[in-house]
Design a binder for this molecule. Sequence first.
Ligand code: PHE
Length: 350
Amino acid sequence: MEKAFQTLFAMSIFKQIEDLKNKAEEQIQKIQTQTELDQLHSSILGKKGELTSILKGLKDLSDQERREAGSAANETRKEMDLLFGNAKKQIESLEIQQRISKEKYDALKPIETAQGHLHPVTAVQYQVEDIFSSMGFRVMDGPEVETDDNNFGKLNFSEDHPARDMQDTFWTEDGNLLRTHTSSVQVRAMEKLSPPFRIIAPGRVFRYEETDASHENTFYQVEGMLIDRVVSVSNLIYIMKTFLSAFFERDVKVRLRPGYFPFVEPGFELDIHCLLCSGKGCPVCKQSGWLELLPCGLVHPNVIRAGGMDPSEWQGFAFGMGLMRLVMMKYSIEDIRHFLSGNLRFLKQF
Ligand code: PHE
């Protein structure tokens, strides 16, 4: 290329670079978003951008001019990088500002927190307590670790009584036990209260046995005991019927079958008319029309005596309900193991 022409050409390259810089400055001003900025950046400084195509002309220049134009181009690139960098920061803070102005803080909006609620067994326990309280029963409590005497001895289980084998027991090293039934609270009630009295005692009991859909090694019972001068089986039936009708919110029919427990005489198994088919017969009651619900009976004279009372003066009845059984019937739950599983999907249904 001619020298003079080369010079002219070099000047035009400088001018093009200068123009490009001005154009970039001008356009950057107008840009509002990150994407537009990126597009502009690659159209000017990218591999196929305008600066690259201008610099293709450098090969036609003299060495010195090429060096000068080259360093001018580098200088420009640096300046433009700075321009783009600043623009990027500005757009970012603009976008943040826009987002903040759209977001509203509502001081009255309730904060959503996970709310707990009563376990179904506890909720039903409270219902049972309410119903019995309305009939003059007081709610008593007893310890889960008991003496052999309170759990068995004073309840008329003799040392070698075969009934002791009916309940497999967790023993502690010091010869005590985890109570196998809430009947131990009968003993405590007789020692603490003076007759006549009526108590119920809800609580946790333990049996050393295999678990299945209807057996747990840890479960809940509600014990009941009424002591008065004259107490008959019809008093027992009346209280049970009144309780069950209030609990299931319908008229509940009951029947008694003989049942053996050393601390009651006579002892019974109380059945109720099947709640599902009202006695007509269905799969739940195995076509019998009846469901076995709770054991009960008149307090054995030996138990009255062990409780410090004279059996010729005082009589009573007692009953023991499976609290989890009641919950299962009320809500049609098929497996007792759900209760202590800690499964939130189960618990959240209540
Ligand atoms: N304690 C007995 C049991 O757990 C139930 C029961 C209580 C029976 C009161 C009669 C009277 O099986």
